[in-house]
Design a protein around this ligand. Sequence first.
Ligand code: G3P
Length: 242
Amino acid sequence: MIKFLMNAHKNSQMQEPRPLVIVNFKTYREATGSNSVKLAKACEAAAKKVKGKAKIAVAVQATDVSRVASAVDTKLISVFAQHIDANGQGKSTGFVTAEAVKEAGAVGTLLNHAEHKITDIAKRIEIAKNAGLIVVVCAANLAEAKSAAAMTLPPDYIAVEPPELIGGKVSVSKAKPELIADAVAEIKKANSRIAVLCGAGIGSSEDVRKALELGTEGVLLASSVVLAREPESALAELIKGI
Ligand code: G3P
């Protein structure tokens, strides 16, 4: 299952990877605890409906990784943690370790989300990769995207998300197409193996289509699915843009 996501960047020369759609559950009540399972099952149902058009992942709170990973078919839905701390296993208290989320069933993690900024990105990429996790580093602007792309141990994905558009109704692909196109160009120039995602305000199949046209290999989104009256249909509808 890890392979199915890793192919997106490792074998990009050899095969056309399917776009990746990550639904970030954030700390929304609608996506917490038993609701996280309900929502992940809705994403799973959408995945069945769209028949492999996209890879779908859900980024859940650390406390929900285990219950979500045990409830879904992980061939259809990959489970990511939203964050890991820089602590290794051992004498530390109250931190979320890469090893723990991996053991709970996560195959990847987000890092440096605009709502959870960190300063030691390189160190956490190393920790996450040592634990066998796929790494998605979020970048709030072009400078952050370039700096993540230039890292000696690079992330698997860089997700460009302008903070001011997060949670809004206007998508990054429509409001800031030049940022996405520039980020794709700069990231690929630095390291063509890194896959680029974009996110913020993605709410329609048109937004997704535009994001892919701009050169991304998927999207990172939240509210348009998590807060939808029917998350399954909302996600399936978004994937029509692929
Ligand atoms: O991580 C995804 C996120 O920040 C975008 O949120 O609600 O604008 O899709 P949203």
